[in-house]
Design a protein around this ligand. Structure first.
Ligand code: ZN
Length: 656
C-alpha cells in the first residue's frame, strides 16, 4: 500500500513538472517592449523619455509584468530583462536608461559609507586602508605603465596675450609619442612666485573654451594664482587629433590622469610657481579628475571638487569610470578616495539639483569622521547650494575663490569677473582652428594609440571612429551652414550606420538554415542567407534616419546622402540603361529611375557593398522585366550593346 502511494506521488510530481514546462513553452505572451512601455505610459499617465533603443526588443510574459498598483514596479519589471532601468525625472516624466554600473542610489551610498567606516575605527586602520587604496587605484587605472611610456619633451608655447591684471599663453605638451594635451596658462602680471591651480575640464558644453571657465581662470590669476585649463581627451584640440568618439573610451580615463600629472610636472619646473601652494579644482567631470589626481599625485596641497562628489555615483562617462578604479580594495567610491586627502584642506561644493544633493547628510559627515582622526575637522568644508543645479556658476566660483584665497594668500580684492576678457575658441587653441599647426609627427587617429592598451577592447571603438568619420564626411559634402543641423545629421547618420553594423554583426547567416531559393530552385548562398537575416532589421532604424534627414534637408540633399550610402549606384546604373537602350523614352526612364531609387532606399540598411549590389540586382531584374513588357527585346539590345563595346575596344587597340 505504501509503495503504491509513493508511485502516485511520483506521477503527481511528474505531471506538475510537465504542466509547468508546457506553460513555459506554449505561450510566452510576448510583445514588443516599445508597445508595452507605451501602454504603461498611458495607463499611469506619465511620459517616458528614452536613452536607449527599443528597436526589435521582444518582452516575454509582457502584460504579466505590469502591476496595476505601482508604476515604478511595472517599469522595473518590464525593463529588467534587458538590463534597462528607469530614472524618475519628476512626477510626470521618467527616463529609460541602460543599467549604469557607475550610478547607484543615495541609499546604496549610505550603506557603502557605513560599511567602509566599519573597516577603520581609528587613524591607524584607516592609514592601512589608504596604503591598499593607493596601490590598487593605480593598478586598476593602469596609470604607471602609461606614465613610463611618456616622452620627455619641451612644451610648445604660444605668444603671451596681456589682459587686465593677468596674461594668457596657450601650451601643448607631448605626452605619449605624437600625442598632445593642449590648454592655456593664466598668469598674474605681478612678479615673484605664485600659487598654482590646475583646472581639469568637465563635460560642460564648449569645454575649456566656455565663458565660465575663462572667468574662473582669469579671476584667480588676477588674484595672484597661476591657473591652467586643458582639454579633455577627444575634446577641443585633442578631438582634432583622435576624433570625438575616442573620448567615450576607457583610454580617456587613463590618458586624462596622465595629462594632469604631466602638466603639473611641467608647471613645477617653472620658476614662478610656488610648489608649497599647489591646488586643483574642476566641476562635474573636472571634479572627477580632481578627485583622482588628488589620489595619484601627492604634490597637491588643497583641492576643491565641484558638483561631483558622491558616494553613489562615480561619473557616467568612460573618462571617469571606464577603468575599474572603484573596485579597488574590495570596493570603494569617490567619497573614500577624496578622504585619502585628509588632513590637507578640502572643499566640497555641492548643490540640490544633482547627485551631490546628498553631500551635507551623507558624504560630508563621513569626511568629517576621517578628518577627525587627524584632529583636522575644520580642514574639510562643504559649501552646499540647495537651490542650485549642476554647473560651476558664480556662487560655486565664489566659494572656490574664498577657499583658495585664504589658503594660498591670494588677493581676493582683485577678484572681479567683469575685468576678465573672454577670448574666442580659436584664440585659445595652439594648433590652429582645424589642427593645421600640429607637428608632422603628431598622431592622426586613435588607432595609433591602441598599442598602449588592450587592443581587443577597442575594436568596437575603432569601428565607431571610422563610422563617425564616414558620417562627418558625407555631411560635410552637403556644405551646410547651420552648426546645429550639421551636428544633428552627424549623429543621425552615425547612429544609423552603427545600427546597421550592429545588426549585421549580431545576426550571422547561420541563423538562416541552408535550403533552396523557391524562385530559382538553387541552394541559398551564404550571401543570400546573410541578406535574409539582415532584412529583419527593425523598420524603426530606417524610419528614424529618413524622417531625421527629411526634417532638416531638402529632397535633393536627402538623395545626395542616400547616394553616399550606395556610392552613386542609381546614376551609374541609369547611365548603363541609357547606353544599352539608346532610344529610351522619357516614360521608360522615369519608371527605371523610380525602381532604382527604391533599390537605393532599401540598400542603405545593408552592411557592405556585396549586399548593396545584391539589392540593386533585385530592382535591375524588375527594370528589365518592365522593358520587356514594354515591347523591348532586352536580350537583343544587351547583345548589341556588348558587341558595340567590344568593337570600340578593338578600334582603340588598333589605334595604339
Ligand atoms: Zn568624459
Amino acid at each position: 500500500m505504501k509503495k503504491k502511494a509513493g508511485i502516485w506521488l511520483l506521477l503527481f510530481i511528474a505531471s506538475v513538472a510537465i504542466c509547468n514546462s508546457q506553460q513555459v513553452y506554449e505561450n510566452r505572451f510576448e510583445r514588443p517592449l516599445s508597445d508595452v512601455l507605451e501602454d504603461i505610459s498611458e495607463r499611469f499617465d506619465v511620459r517616458l523619455s528614452y536613452d536607449i533603443d527599443t528597436a526589435g526588443l521582444i518582452l516575454p510574459y509582457a502584460d504579466f509584468r505590469i502591476k496595476p498598483y505601482s508604476l515604478e514596479e511595472s517599469l522595473t519589471n518590464v525593463l529588467v530583462p534587458f538590463d534597462f532601468k528607469v530614472v524618475k525625472q519628476n512626477d510626470k516624466l521618467y527616463k529609460v536608461k541602460t543599467y549604469e554600473y557607475a550610478r547607484r542610489t543615495p541609499e546604496d551610498g549610505e550603506k557603502m559609507l557605513s560599511y567602509l567606516l566599519s573597516l577603520y575605527s581609528d587613524k591607524e586602520s584607516w592609514e592601512q586602508r589608504k596604503v591598499c587604496l593607493q596601490r590598487e587605484v593605480r593598478e586598476n587605472l593602469g596609470i604607471d605603465s602609461l606614465l613610463s611610456k611618456r616622452v620627455q619633451s619641451k612644451p610648445i608655447l604660444s605668444k603671451v596675450r596681456k589682459f587686465d591684471g593677468y596674461s594668457v599663453q596657450n601650451f601643448a605638451i607631448e605626452t605619449l609619442p605624437g600625442l598632445f594635451v593642449a590648454g592655456s596658462i593664466y598668469t598674474p602680471l605681478s612678479k615673484g612666485k605664485h600659487a598654482l591651480i590646475i583646472s581639469p575640464n568637465g563635460h560642460f558644453g564648449d569645454g575649456r573654451y566656455r565663458e565660465e571657465q575663462q572667468l574662473r581662470m582669469g579671476s584667480l590669476a588676477r588674484a595672484g594664482a597661476i591657473t591652467v585649463s586643458y582639454d579633455l581627451f577627444g575634446w577641443g584640440e585633442s578631438a582634432l587629433q583622435v576624433g570625438n568618439a575616442s573620448h567615450r573610451s576607457s583610454a580617456a580615463h587613463i590618458i586624462q590622469a596622465m595629462n594632469g600629472i604631466t602638466i603639473l610636472d611641467y608647471m613645477l619646473t617653472r620658476n614662478d610657481v610656488d610648489k608649497d601652494r599647489v591646488g586643483a579644482t574642476g566641476g562635474s567631470g573636472g571634479g572627477s579628475q580632481t578627485i583622482l589626481l588628488s589620489v595619484l599625485d601627492d604634490r597637491y596641497k588643497a583641492v576643491a571638487p565641484v558638483v561631483m562628489l558622491a558616494s553613489h555615483f562615480d561619473g557616467g562617462c568612460p573618462c571617469e569610470s571606464g577603468m575599474p578604479v572603484t573596485l579597488s580594495c574590495g570596493g570603494t567610491n569617490n567619497a573614500e578616495l577624496i578622504a585619502m586627502f585628509a588632513p590637507k584642506p578640502l572643499l566640497v561644493v555641492s548643490d540640490g539639483g544633482d547627485w551631490t544633493a546628498s553631500v551635507p547628510t551623507l558624504e560630508f559627515p563621513y569626511l568629517q569622521r576621517i578628518y577627525e582622526m587627524y584632529n583636522a575637522r575644520e580642514s574639510v568644508q562643504n559649501v552646499h547650494l540647495p537651490k542650485e543645479g549642476h554647473d560651476y556658476g558664480i556662487n560655486k566660483r565664489r566659494a572656490v575663490y574664498d577657499f583658495f584665497g585664504e589658503l594660498f594668500l591670494l588677493d581676493l580684492k582683485k577678484i572681479d569677473e567683469s575685468k576678465v576678457t573672454i577670448e574666442s575658441e580659436n584664440d585659445l587653441k595652439i594648433f590652429g582652428a582645424n589642427g593645421e599647426l600640429y607637428p608632422d609627427h603628431a598622431i592622426k587617429s586613435f588607432g595609433e594609440l591602441t598599442k598602449y592598451f588592450n587592443k581587443d577592447r577597442y575594436r568596437d571603438l575603432l569601428s565607431d571612429l571610422s563610422i563617425e568619420n564616414k558620417a562627418a564626411g558625407w555631411v560635410a559634402s552637403l556644405e551646410l551652414e547651420d552648426k546645429n543641423d550639421i551636428s544633428f545629421l552627424n549623429t543621425l547618420i552615425y547612429n544609423h550606420l552603427r545600427a546597421v553594423r550592429d545588426w549585421h554583426n549580431t545576426h550571422s547567416y547561420t541563423m538562416v538554415p541552408e535550403g533552396i531559393n523557391p524562385l530559382t530552385g538553387q541552394a541559398l548562398s551564404q550571401l543570400d542567407r546573410q541578406m535574409i537575416v539582415n532584412s529583419t532589421i527593425p523598420d524603426e532604424v530606417h524610419h528614424k534616419l529618413m524622417s531625421g534627414l527629411r526634417r532638416v534637408l531638402t529632397e535633393p540633399q536627402v538623395e545626395a546622402v542616400l547616394d553616399k550610402y550606395t556610392v552613386g549606384k542609381v546614376d551609374f546604373t541609369m547611365q548603363g540603361y541609357k547606353a544599352i537602350v539608346p532610344d529610351l523614352t522619357i516614360e521608360e526612364e522615369a519608371t527605371i529611375l523610380s525602381h532604382l531609387k527604391q533599390a537605393r532606399e532599401q540598400a542603405i540598411d545593408y552592411k557592405n557593398m556585396n549586399q548593396i549590389s545584391a539589392i540593386f540586382e533585385i530592382y535591375k531584374t524588375k527594370c528589365e522585366q518592365y522593358l520587356i513588357n514594354n515591347g523591348r527585346n532586352w536580350r537583343q539590345l544587351y547583345k548589341d550593346f556588348v558587341n558595340k563595346v567590344n568593337e570600340e575596344k578593338k578600334k582603340t587597340n588598333n589605334n595604339k
